[in-house]
Design a protein. Structure first.
Length: 540
C-alpha cells in the first residue's frame, strides 16, 4: 500500500515538471539555423524590427585629411538617390563634389575645419555602397611624418607612424648620439606640437654607457659605482665632499644627449615632457674623520746644467811708420865751435818689429742643485735658495747708487694624490738663475735665467724629466781681431804699410735638464732618513 502511494506521488511530480518545461520552450523566440549563421557572419545586434545588414555589407574606408588640401577618390558606381546619394554625419566640416568624366567616377573631398565625420554613398538602386570614416586635422601629418623619416633615416631602431592626430616616434635607439639627434629634430617648432616621443635607449647601449661613466668617475671618486635600473643610470656610493658628488653628476650628464651643456635642449622647458631623466644620483657625502691625517708627499727636484767653452785666437800685425815730430838742433860742435844757423830735421821710425798674438782658452762647468720638499697632498709648497751679488751703478743725476741681484733656485709645487692609486698630479713652478759673469767697472752681474711652469702626472717613487734645453754656439772670425790695438809711440800718424792677419775660433755648448721625483710617505720622520744620514743628524 505504501509503495503504491509513493509511485502515484512521483508520477504526479514528474508530470508537473514536464509540463512546465514545455511551456518555457513554447514561450521563447525561435531562431533558425540560417538566422544564427547570419548573426555570426555580420556581427550586428539582431532584433525583430531592425537590422544592420545594409551598413555591414557596405565597404568602409578611413581617410585622414588636412584643411586646405583636397582629396580625390575614384569610385566604380554612380552616386544617386536622396540628397544626391551622399549623406554627412557632420556637414559643417566637410563638403564633397561628384565628378563624371566619361566612364570615370570621382568624389572630391574639401575639408573646411578640423573634426570627424562619416560620408555615406548610395548607388542608383539606393543601396548603401560605401562609407568613409573621415578625420580632418589642421596639419598635414603625412607630410610631417615623411619629413621626420627623412631627417632620421640613419637612426637605427626607430619607427615613425601616425596614430590619430599625433605622429608617434617609438623604438629602441642604440647609439646615444642618435637619441640626441632624435630629440633635436622633434623639438623643432614645426614638429613639437604633433610628435609624441615614446623612444628609449637600448638596454645594451645603457650598459655600455654606465661602464664608461664609472671608468671616468673612479679617478676622483673610487667608491662611486654606476648601474642601469629600468632604463635609467643610478650613481651610488660615497664621497668625501659635495664637490666630488657634483662632479660625478656632471660627468655622467656629459654622456647623455638630453642634458648636454650648450645644447638647445638644455634651455628648452619641454625636454622633461618628452623624455624622463636618465641619470639619478644617490651618492652619499661622508666627510672624512677629523682625526684622519692626509698623506704626505716628498718632492725631490734635481737641476743639472753643463757648460763647455773653447776659444782659440791667432793674430799677426806689422805696421811700421814715422813720427811727425821734426826737431831743430842749435849748439856747439865737437871741437867747441858754435854751430851754424842752418836747421836740422830728424824723424823716428816706430813699430819696426812685427807683433804676434796667440791665445787658447777652454772652460768646463757643471752645476747640480737638488731641492727636497715635504708637503700634504693638495697643499702648495715653496723653496727658495739664493745668493745676493752687490753692485754699484750711476744714476741719471750722476749719483752713485748700490744694489744687489739674487742668484739661485726657487721651487713652487702642489702635489695631489689621485684616489687610492699611486698617481700624483703635480703643478710645478721652477726658476733657476745662474751667474755667468760680471759687467766691467763693478757693474751688475750677468745671469742666465731658466723658468719652468707645467702640470703633469707622475707615479710615486718614479723620476720624470720635466724640462730640458740644449744650446750650441760655434763661430770663426777672420781678420776681425787686432792683436795690438792702439796708437804708435810718439804720436805716429803716417804708416809705411799695414799687414794684418787674424783668426779666432769659438765654441760654446750648454744644456740643462730638470728631474722631479715624488714619493708618498706616511710621516715626515720616516721620509727623511736619507737627509739625516747625509748630514749625520742624531736624535737622542
Amino acid at each position: 500500500m505504501d509503495i503504491r502511494n509513493h509511485l502515484q506521488i512521483f508520477v504526479r511530480w514528474f508530470f508537473k515538471v514536464g509540463l512546465l518545461l514545455i511551456l518555457l520552450i513554447l514561450s521563447s523566440p525561435v531562431r533558425g539555423d540560417s538566422d544564427l549563421k547570419l548573426f555570426k557572419k555580420n556581427k550586428y545586434q539582431k532584433s525583430r524590427l531592425t537590422t544592420d545588414e545594409a551598413e555591414s555589407n557596405a565597404d568602409k574606408r578611413r581617410l585622414l585629411l588636412t584643411t586646405g588640401e583636397d582629396k580625390v577618390v575614384d569610385i566604380d558606381f554612380d552616386v544617386t538617390g536622396a540628397k544626391g546619394g551622399i549623406e554627412y554625419g557632420n556637414p559643417s566640416i566637410l563638403t564633397t563634389t561628384i565628378v563624371k568624366i566619361g566612364e570615370k567616377r570621382q568624389i572630391i573631398f574639401k575639408p573646411l575645419k578640423a573634426g570627424e565625420t562619416t560620408v555615406s554613398l548610395r548607388d542608383n538602386d539606393g543601396t548603401l555602397r560605401l562609407i568613409f570614416l573621415v578625420r580632418i586635422t589642421g596639419t598635414d601629418l603625412l607630410r610631417i611624418a615623411g619629413e621626420i623619416r627623412t631627417l632620421l633615416r640613419d637612426v637605427e631602431g626607430l619607427e615613425i607612424r601616425i596614430v590619430g592626430s599625433k605622429v608617434i616616434a617609438e623604438g629602441e635607439v642604440i647609439v646615444p648620439n642618435d637619441y640626441g639627434r632624435l630629440l633635436t629634430v622633434i623639438q623643432d617648432k614645426a614638429y613639437s606640437d604633433f610628435v609624441l616621443n615614446m623612444t628609449t635607449l637600448s638596454p645594451l647601449a645603457m650598459q655600455v654607457m654606465a661602464k664608461r661613466i664609472q671608468d671616468d668617475i673612479i679617478s676622483f671618486a673610487p667608491n662611486v659605482k654606476s648601474r642601469v635600473v629600468n632604463g635609467m643610470i643610478f650613481l651610488e656610493g660615497t664621497v668625501d665632499n659635495v664637490d666630488a658628488a657634483t662632479r660625478a653628476q656632471n660627468v655622467a650628464n656629459l654622456y647623455l644627449p638630453d642634458l648636454r651643456p650648450g645644447s638647445l635642449l638644455e634651455k628648452d622647458p619641454t625636454v622633461q615632457r618628452l623624455t624622463r631623466k636618465l641619470v639619478w644620483s644617490f651618492i652619499v657625502v661622508n666627510p672624512p674623520s677629523p682625526k684622519k691625517q692626509d698623506k704626505l708627499v716628498r718632492v725631490t727636484v734635481h737641476f743639472v746644467e753643463l757648460d763647455k767653452d773653447y776659444n782659440k785666437v791667432f793674430g799677426f800685425k806689422w805696421q811700421p811708420g814715422f813720427t811727425a815730430d821734426p826737431q831743430i838742433a842749435v849748439g856747439q860742435q865737437q871741437n867747441g865751435a858754435a854751430s851754424g844757423s842752418g836747421a836740422q830735421f830728424s824723424a823716428t821710425i816706430s813699430s819696426l818689429i812685427p807683433k804676434l798674438d796667440s791665445a787658447q782658452a777652454a772652460g768646463y762647468a757643471r752645476v747640480l742643485k737638488t731641492g727636497t720638499l715635504i708637503v700634504r697632498s693638495g697643499q702648495p709648497a715653496k723653496l727658495d735658495e739664493s745668493t745676493d751679488f752687490p753692485f754699484s751703478q750711476t744714476g741719471a743725476n750722476g749719483q752713485l747708487t748700490f744694489a744687489s741681484k739674487g742668484v739661485g733656485l726657487s721651487i713652487a709645487v702642489t702635489p695631489q694624490i689621485l684616489g687610492r692609486t699611486e698617481d700624483i698630479e703635480m703643478q710645478i713652478e721652477l726658476n733657476q738663475t745662474s751667474l755667468v759673469g760680471r759687467a766691467p767697472q763693478s757693474g751688475p752681474p750677468v745671469t742666465a735665467i731658466h723658468k719652468i711652469s707645467t702640470k703633469l702626472y707622475v707615479k710615486s717613487n718614479e723620476s720624470a724629466a720635466v724640462a730640458g734645453v740644449t744650446s750650441s754656439n760655434i763661430g770663426t772670425d777672420f781678420n776681425k781681431d787686432d792683436p795690438s790695438p792702439g796708437s804708435f809711440t810718439g804720436g805716429t800718424t803716417n804708416a809705411l804699410f799695414s799687414l794684418l792677419h787674424t783668426k779666432a775660433f769659438r765654441k760654446q755648448m750648454s744644456q740643462f735638464v730638470v728631474f722631479i721625483t715624488p714619493q708618498i710617505i706616511e710621516n715626515a720622520s720616516d721620509g727623511t732618513e736619507d737627509l739625516k744620514r747625509n748630514f749625520r743628524v742624531k736624535v737622542k
